[in-house]
Design a protein. Structure first.
Length: 216
């Protein structure tokens, strides 16, 4: 059983990660801006308020845990895009203060910087809305930052090109920097199976100090 902190636990992806963690019997601490948004009751769940942009708050919540998961992203509106890289920097700064006993960090990333079979990146596609491109590049900036970090155990987990609520099948494929595409040429995964892949990475670490992705 792992002790897992989840920032952004009330969001679309964060809530699925929380559900999967509890489903597997882990102890979860959900860090949210508004505790009223998390009404579920579970003996393994603790709900707290915290500020992902404050390293001291990060350290206080993370202390004594095994893993910190950040599901902080730009999907909730334009105002949240600007928090993606600062959140990554704050998380690392907070964990650094905990020294050798600091939890591992797994951050939900973006698909924009993944390579397609033709060698271009997802964010090179024509016709993408400006808001989507801003989110993609913000996640790319966060990944660039993580790749400079050598003193905190980090993992950046990019979803497939399309991620949305759906069925939990437990089946998926992984790659590192290449987009996972199915036999029909699509890149997609349900938020539920993304959460499965993330929890399996917690339980059996394979990607410490690197980015990976998952899709069908």
């Amino acid at each position: 059983m792992a002790k897992i902190v989840i920032f952004g636990a009330s969001g679309t992806i964060g809530s699925r990660i929380l559900d999967e963690a509890l489903r597997r019997g882990h102890q979860a601490t959900a860090v949210v801006r508004d505790p009223a948004r998390l009404t579920r009751s579970d003996p393994n769940l603790t709900v707290v308020t915290g500020d992902v942009l404050d390293p001291e708050s990060v350290a206080a919540v993370a202390k004594g845990h095994d893993v910190v998961v950040s599901a902080v992203g730009g999907g909730d509106g334009p105002g949240h895009i600007a928090t993606i890289r600062p959140a990554a920097e704050s998380l690392v700064a907070g964990l650094r203060t905990l020294g050798d006993g600091a939890p591992r960090l797994i951050a939900v990333g973006g698909a924009g910087s993944l390579r397609k079979p033709d060698g271009t990146q997802v964010w090179d596609a024509e016709g993408l809305p400006v808001f989507v491109l801003q989110i993609m590049h913000a996640h790319g900036d966060a990944l660039d930052f993580f790749r400079t970090v050598t003193d905190v155990r980090w993992t950046n987990f990019s979803p497939a090109a399309v991620i949305q609520p759906g069925e939990r099948t437990g089946a998926y494929r992984t790659a590192l920097d290449d987009l996972v595409i199915d036999s029909d040429g699509n890149s997609h995964i349900s938020a539920e199976d993304y959460a499965v892949a993330l929890l399996e990475e917690i339980e059996t670490p394979r990607h410490i100090g690197e980015r990976f992705t998952a899709g069908y």
